[in-house]
Design a protein around this ligand. Structure first.
Ligand code: M6R
Length: 614
């Protein structure tokens, strides 16, 4: 995790870096720091906590230095503290560095450096790296670029770094392995960041470094990109970005999370635009068409993902098996990568990730590829590591998701996966033409129905107020809505810190029912399609034990209303599409509870948006 920003050019660097760090705070917010260079001196400012705290240390708006770097940290090595905050300097004070990633062999490297007389002020792996570069530089009398390259050949782990040498103040050296790094190319200036959001207002041209690549950036000169392994200069691809600034801002909402919840009708439409061709009764997905045979012939599909993306994968398990009749296994990427999985020649792996940077998912993809599997990615962030590592894929086109709790990422992932399942189902002949058309038509209606589901916002706020002080919460669902129950529970725990569990409704009697008493709110997804009568029986069982029932029901349902303490209605749709609607009230419920409890909804404690460490 962690976010890094750098600038070299002729504008004052500090406003660019401070603003950039704020946009990257989704990557971690344990501490923040900035280094600015002017007239032979590096000014360093660091603070525990957020960038807003950093701003109180100096009048950065008045600072005129045109070269600098900044960092917002998600702690890995060393507690969040001033000493452990980046940027870090080398023992001599000549080199300055910010780092996102983990240097795994830092301990061994540190012992060697200590023997050579280097001293350390922090507990971080990063301070080891900056001293290693200094040691290589001094030992061989190398220029900064060469010293960085040679030092990195001794390092194992992951990094995106920006390095500055006070003896060579007209250049920044950057490098990448495992963690993302984008270079914005302006007019005689360079912007460096973990993603393009810090510089999108200045330039839409960027180079995304690949693993094992570094760049030497001198003001007014062309960037020099090199391969870290052999030091050879290589060509680069200049990408035109489609992001815009508006997407990065709250646009009148109190939090990114609520903005993103309300963006879902539009986001889902963007996901299926140009792909869902209802008039032609066809699904056209550029990334899929060339590989349909592979998926068609797959013995099974293995889906790897983490967190909310894993829940979207579970929904896809139902859709792929139900509609396309292809066996599916859903795996936590973190387990898959370490358990010597059996991957047969005709297996296809689908990797799902909003950020496209999740370390475990990336590692699972690499493992699957090394065993010969064809890997298809479903990502939101264009040009992300996972998008580049997979053989083919489909973007969700949800637009930037900044709130740490995933909302529109989930519904757009489910939309893409449903499109794929339907395309395969018709390709394989496993769905009738009329049923296929019906699904296409219903999918097209989903944005409108999500709008309708969002109208319950005020009602949900009232319910949130009643249950905000609960210590625990149970979420139940069956079939397609079992993953939605898991997702609802995850949303509540990650932003309100209330303990919540998601369960398949029928499993309740095998244990969790013991928890139910008059203090336990139970959120039951009980839409008309999908095991309705069975879920009604489950609700009876909860009621008999005095649990408080909040039921998510199909519009117009009167039976469950009588049994429940509260009902929240969603429009009717086909069973396979219900997760796209039933998840909406659960997102709103978590959001309102967290706000009422005064929690930091967009940046919950201990979390980061992009989990680039194991
Ligand atoms: O970027 P990814 O989709 O790969 O992220 C996976 C999880 O880290 C993510 O979904 C996480 O669980 C969210 N905070 C949940 O809201």
């Amino acid at each position: 995790m962690c976010g890094i920003v750098g600038y070299i050019g002729s504008r004052p660097a500090s406003p660019i870096i401070i603003q950039g760090l704020k946009r990257l705070e989704y990557r971690g917010y344990d501490s923040a720091g900035i280094a600015l260079y002017a007239k032979g001196t590096v000014n360093l400012y660091k603070t525990l906590g957020k960038v807003a705290e950093l701003e109180t240390l100096n009048d950065f708006a008045a600072a005129s230095q045109c070269i600098g770097m900044g960092h917002t940290r998600w702690a890995t090595h060393g507690i969040p503290s001033n000493a452990n905050a980046h940027p870090h300097t080398s023992s001599s004070g000549e080199l300055v560095l910010v780092h996102n990633g983990i240097i795994e062999n830092y301990d061994a490297l540190k012992r060697v450096l200590v023997k050579k007389g280097y001293t350390f002020q922090s507990d971080t792996d990063t301070e080891v790296l900056v001293n290693l570069i200094e040691d290589v530089q001094k030992t061989h009398n190398y220029k900064l670029g060469k010293a960085v390259q040679m030092a990195l050949t001794q390092v194992t782990g992951a990094y995106a770094i920006v390095v500055f040498d006070t003896k060579k103040p007209n250049e920044l050296v950057v490098a990448k392995l495992g963690s993302p790094l984008a270079i914005g190319i302006g007019d005689r200036e360079f912007f460096i960041a973990s993603d393009a959001s810090p510089f999108i207002q200045f330039t839409n041209k960027a180079i995304y470094l690949e693993d094992h690549q570094m760049a030497i950036l001198k003001q007014g000169k062309k960037p020099k990109i090199k391969n870290i392994k052999d030091g050879l200069v290589i060509d680069y691809y200049l990408q035109e970005l489609e992001l815009n600034l508006e997407q990065m801002e709250k646009g009148g909402y109190d939090h990114f999370m609520i903005k993103e919840i309300f963006e879902q009708p539009h986001a889902i439409k963007n996901t299926y635009r140009g792909r869902l061709l209802v008039d032609q009764s066809f699904i056209k997905m550029a990334g899929l068409e060339d590989h349909l045979e592979k998926l068609n012939n797959a013995n099974r599909i293995i889906i790897v993902a983490c967190g909310t993306s894993w829940h979207a994968a579970l929904v896809a398990e139902y859709t792929f098996e139900d509609l396309a009749r292809i066996p599916v296994e859903v795996e936590y990427a973190s387990e898959f990568r370490y358990r010597n999985p059996i991957i047969a020649e005709k297996d296809v792996v689908i990797a799902i990730s909003q950020s496209g940077e999740t370390a475990d998912t990336l590692a699972a993809i690499k493992l699957a590829k090394s065993r010969g599997a064809f890997v298809f990615g479903v990502c939101n962030v264009v040009g992300s590591s996972i998008a580049r590592e997979t053989h083919a894929g489909a973007y969700t086109h949800a637009g930037p998701e900044i709130g740490v709790a995933s909302t529109k990422a989930f519904t757009t992932q489910v939309t893409v996966l449903t499109l794929i399942a339907l395309r395969l189902a018709i390709f394989k002949g496993n769905i009738s033409n009329s049923d296929f058309k019906h699904h296409l038509h219903e999918l097209e209606m989903i944005p409108e129905k999500v709008e309708k589901a969002l109208e319950s916002d005020a009602q949900i706020k009232v319910i949130a107020d009643i249950y905000k002080n609960s210590a625990n919460c149970l979420y139940l669902g069956r079939g397609y809505n079992f993953p939605v129950a898991l997702e609802g529970a995850l949303k509540l725990k990650e932003i309100s810190y209330i303990h919540a569990e998601g369960y398949p409704a029928a499993e309740m009697k095998h244990g969790p029912i013991a928890l139910i008493d008059e203090h336990m709110p139970v959120i039951v997804i009980a839409t008309k399609k999908g095991h309705y009568d069975k879920v009604v029986s489950n609700i009876q069982e909860i009621k008999a034990r005095k649990g408080k029932i909040i039921a998510i029901v199909t519009e117009g349902d009167v039976d469950i209303r009588e049994l429940s303490d509260h009902v929240i209605e969603v429009p009717e749709t086909l069973e396979a599409l219900t997760p796209l609607l039933t998840t909406i009230p659960l997102q709103l419920l978590s959001y309102h509870i967290a706000v009422l409890l005064g929690k930091n909804v967009d940046q919950p404690r201990n979390l980061a948006k992009s989990v680039t460490v194991e």
